[in-house]
Design a protein around this ligand. Structure first.
Ligand SMILES: [Fe+2]
Length: 238
């Protein structure tokens, strides 16, 4: 089962799809790529609006899109890409932002060096609250922090997602392959924003990974995806 865990396909809610027409177009691309399930994960910035207001806007965007969905489109599950903030520690509102049907929250790390304090906060988030964490596009943070610091974060009881697009360029692909080898990558996403933003689809990512690492890795990624949707415990995944 092909699952895209990270996308901005809902219309007019963040810097992703601008309108229904564009959302349908992105879903058409995903259908052509034989994606079965796509997680709609609009950005959530806790300083900008309340969790309840965000959920209201997200659900409203989905309801507006719904009548335009076609039978061949992937099934959409609702979630969020939550930007880390110290105030999230112990904030029970966070559990409302879980990926539909699970206790998994997709957490986006800040685009700066990962400090001990930030890493400690991440650990506190999942130990104090009833949530499990999937860290978004883990390869991207290597532009801002060392591999050692990222490895410290990913050594926590969390799961990791990479973007298919990062497998297309030599330098970012090299980082992804190292993260995979070290066991920090569990699932993939497109992080698709807009029709003209040149994102790679899951199938393109699979092709590169199968060529570099073998088809067992694809089976591993798909199995992890199913396990997340079945809300298995983090320690039982991967
Ligand atoms: Fe994203």
């Amino acid at each position: 089962m092909k699952i895209d865990f990270h996308s901005h396909i809902l219309p007019g809610i963040d810097d992703g799809s601008r309108d229904i027409e564009e959302s349908v177009e992105l879903l058409d691309y995903m259908a052509d790529d034989h994606v079965d399930i796509v997680a709609a994960t609009p950005h959530y910035y806790c300083g900008e609006c309340s969790v309840d207001h965000f959920i209201e806007r997200r659900n409203d965007a989905y309801e507006r899109l719904k009548p335009h969905l076609k039978p061949h489109h992937p099934k959409i599950i609702l979630g969020a890409e939550v930007l880390y903030n110290h105030v999230l520690v112990g904030n029970e509102q966070l559990s409302k932002l879980c990926l539909q049907g699970t206790d998994f929250v997709m957490l986006e790390m800040p685009y700066r060096q990962l400090t001990e304090d930030i890493i400690d906060d991440v650990e506190k988030i999942y130990t104090r609250l009833d949530v499990k964490l999937l860290i978004a596009h883990i390869e991207r943070y290597l532009h801002f922090t060392s591999y050692k610091e990222l490895a410290q974060l990913m050594g926590l009881n969390v799961l990791g997602q990479i973007n298919a697009k990062s497998l297309m360029k030599f330098s970012t692909r090299r980082n992804c392959l190292k993260l995979i080898k070290d066991g920090y990558v569990h699932v993939m996403g497109t992080d698709y924003h807009r029709r003209d933003s040149g994102h790679a689809l899951i199938g393109e990512g699979y092709e590169i990974l199968a060529g570099k690492c073998g088809k067992d890795l694809i089976r591993y990624i798909e199995e992890n995806g199913r396990d997340i949707l079945e809300n298995r415990d983090v320690e039982d995944i991967g």
